[in-house]
Write a protein that binds this ligand. Sequence first.
Ligand code: SF4
Length: 355
Amino acid sequence: MTEPIPTPARSNLVGASRAELAQLLAELDPRPFRAEQVYQWLTRRMAGGVAEMTNLPKALREGLAARAEVRDPEIVETRRGSDGTAKLALGFADGAVVEAVAMPMEGHTTICLSSQTGCAVGCVFCVTGVLGAGRNLTGAEIFGQYRAVLRHEGLVGAPVNVVFMGMGEPLLNVAGVARAVELIAETVSPKRVTVSTSGIVPGIAKLAALERRPKLAVSLNATTQAQRERLMPAASHWPLAELLAVLRAFPLERGRRITFEYVMLAGINDSDDDARRLPRLLKGIPCKVNLIPLNPDERYLGGLAAPDETRISAFAGILAAAHMNVTVRWSKGREVAAACGQLRGQIALRPPASP
Ligand code: SF4
């Protein structure tokens, strides 16, 4: 019996740039509009396979399908909350699993994407941080995540906002995130895309240098360097003064502001003194402050709790009295552990089943 001839692995079209597609198509049909057609199928119409690209001649589709395929990460689990939030676990070829969330809002859906398979920043209030570091996702993998969520949730062509607030620190993976933002920009303008960072100063500087910048959110969570280092160990690399300096220099398009996120932890960072220090720290930065009461998680974040509503209102009141733009964000998706800081808690890293 003869051995079957192994077929060479086909490349993945998802995440390819126009130039890469032109190179791939060079032998089949080198006319630039063909590469553009394929690019549009992948980035706008979210085609699930070459066969769907019906404005290409049949021979071209066959030639392309012999060389390449359209491969998004596999959706390995879905959870849905009664508020309509969907949390999806997505698996990649190397076995890595990340989580993404689709949250229905008024007039649009917000899609929350992961940029890494874990997180080395180690924020004590975040399930991903507690579970440890992972690898960077490539731009193509992040874009594949976006496509998979749109296709699975029936959102192709629907109005969406995108936030990089899932697993990982996006600004420890600027190259991957920038590539994904560029691909996503075919359907969502960068002014509807937000990158949320724990305050990686060199990453913020790189983001500032991008031609089409997404919006910036900074997870602050503390009003002194010592307090910040206790809550976010990686903050020891970038003192608060250095972080605020790079934010003051961050170029903001007309009407844009930097969002500061402040996860509220009872008895830790919720005092009146903290509330009074915050406006002084952020003076001169066009910004708004999102207060996010902690999403408790008994298994991973035991011992941490959200302040009660009276404390949160008092804190918000001090900020408002100092003329700060402040909102309290009661997270959506709590019941499926899809709220801020809860990703990777229940799907991607379930404790192994007992033998
Ligand atoms: S909050 Fe963000 S930066 Fe901090 S550990 Fe979690 S994923 Fe990482």
